[in-house]
Design a binder for this molecule. Structure first.
Ligand code: AMP
Ligand code: MG
Length: 332
C-alpha cells in the first residue's frame, strides 16, 4: 500500500487529525468514534461546538453501523445508488456509537461517501468513519488545493495528503431524508431536481428565507466562507460597475468578458484586476474555481473584490449561496 495512505491511516488510528482531499473541498479528518480526536478538529479550525460535522464512509453498507437507516432505507438506497460516492450528504437518526461531539448533540447524523481515490483508500485502510469539515479556519473560504491548507495549518497538522485540485470545488448538497418530505439543507452540485427525479417524490428545495428564520438549524450561518477583503456582489450581467469601486478594486466575472479590452478601458482597471471564474460560463467550472479565485484575490493587496453573481440555475444556486454568505459580512 502507498506509504502516504499508511501514514494517514496510522495517524487516524492514533487519534490524530489529517488533511485529506475530497472531490468537494479539502477536509480536516479524524476518527469519528474517538471523542478526543474529533475535539482536535474543532480546536484546529476554531469551529464552535454547536456546528455538527459530516461523517465520511466508504459506501452505503456502512450506514447501518452508524445510523438507524431502516425506516428510511428506500430513500437512502435511491440516493446512495444514484449519487454515491459523490457530493451529497444525507441526514439520518444517529446510533449511540457516534459521540455527541460529532453531531453537536443532535439526534441525527450527516453522512456521505466521498469520491476521491485518496480519501477512499484511507477509509478502506483505516476501516474508520471519518468526521471531516473543510480544512480552513472557521468562517473562511474553503480550500480546494493543498497549498491553501499548508499555508494555514502547515505547522499544526503532521499528515497532509495532496490530491490535486478538487473536481467539484463546493461543499456537498445536504439532504434531510427523515421528514415527511425530503428537504435540502444546503445546496450543492446535486440539485433538487436531480434528487426529486431519483426519489420519485417532491423535494423541498433550499430556501434562504426559511434558513435565516431558523438560526438554530445546524450550520445555517448567514456569514460563512468569508474573505478578509471586502467582498461586494453585483447582479449577473450588470456592467455599470464603477459605482461599487472602493479603494483598490478587483472584479471577478462569471465568464470571460467577450470585449475584454473595452471593459478594462471603460472601468479603468489594470488587466490583472479583472478576473473570471470560467472561460465560457460553464457553471461547473465556476464552482471549481470559486474558492481558489476568492482566496487568491484575498491575499493580494485589494481593498474591494467585486464579484458577479451567477445565474440561479443548476449548480449556480449553490455558488450563489456561498457568495451571498461570504458577502454578508460586509453588508451594512
Ligand atoms: P461542513 O461545514 O462542510 O463541514 O458541513 C457541516 C454541515 O453539515 C453543518 O454545518 C450542517 O449544516 C450540516 N450538518 C451536519 N450534521 C447535521 C445534522 N445532524 N443535521 C443537519 N445538518 C447537519
Ligand atoms: Mg466549511
Amino acid at each position: 500500500m502507498n506509504a502516504d495512505i499508511v501514514a494517514a491511516s496510522q495517524e487516524l488510528k492514533e487519534g490524530g487529525v489529517v488533511v485529506l482531499p475530497t472531490e468537494t473541498v479539502y477536509g480536516l479528518a479524524a476518527n469519528a468514534l474517538d471523542r478526543e480526536a474529533v475535539r482536535k478538529i474543532f480546536a484546529i479550525k476554531g469551529r464552535p461546538l454547536n456546528n455538527p460535522l459530516i461523517l465520511h464512509v466508504l459506501d452505503s453498507s456502512w450506514l447501518e453501523r452508524y445510523s438507524h437507516v431502516k425506516k428510511y432505507s428506500i430513500r437512502a438506497k435511491k440516493i446512495t445508488g444514484a449519487f454515491w460516492p459523490g457530493p451529497i450528504t444525507i441526514i439520518l437518526p444517529k446510533k449511540a456509537v457516534i459521540p455527541d461531539i460529532v453531531t453537536a448533540s443532535f439526534s441525527t447524523v450527516a453522512i456521505r461517501s466521498p469520491d476521491h481515490p485518496i480519501f477512499r483508500a484511507v477509509l478502506l485502510a483505516s476501516n474508520l468513519p471519518l468526521a471531516a469539515p473543510s480544512a480552513n479556519p472557521f468562517g473562511y473560504v474553503s480550500p480546494t488545493c493543498i497549498g491553501q491548507v499548508k499555508a494555514t495549518f502547515g505547522d499544526r497538522v503532521k499528515v497532509m495528503l495532496d490530491g490535486g485540485e478538487c473536481a467539484v470545488g463546493l461543499e456537498s448538497t445536504i439532504l434531510d431524508i427523515t421528514g415527511t418530505v425530503p428537504k435540502i439543507l444546503r445546496p450543492g452540485a446535486i440539485t433538487a431536481d436531480a434528487i426529486s427525479k431519483v426519489l420519485e417524490e417532491d423535494v423541498v428545495d433550499y430556501d434562504v428565507q426559511i434558513v435565516s428564520e431558523n438560526p438554530n438549524a445546524p450550520g445555517q450561518l448567514k456569514q460563512h466562507y468569508c474573505t478578509n477583503t471586502r467582498l461586494v456582489l453585483f447582479e449577473h450581467g450588470n456592467r455599470d460597475l464603477s459605482q461599487y469601486f472602493a479603494g483598490k478594486t478587483a472584479i471577478v466575472f462569471v465568464q470571460r468578458p467577450k470585449n475584454f479590452d473595452g471593459i478594462a478601458k471603460n472601468l479603468q482597471l489594470p488587466a490583472e484586476a479583472i478576473l473570471w471564474f470560467s472561460d465560457d460560463g460553464d457553471l461547473n467550472a465556476v464552482a471549481k474555481n470559486l474558492f481558489s479565485t476568492l482566496q487568491r484575490l484575498d491575499s493580494a493587496p485589494y481593498d474591494t473584490i467585486l464579484c458577479e453573481r451567477p445565474p440561479r440555475e443548476e449548480i449556480g444556486i449553490a455558488i450563489d449561496d456561498r457568495l451571498s454568505r461570504a458577502a454578508a459580512k460586509f453588508e451594512q
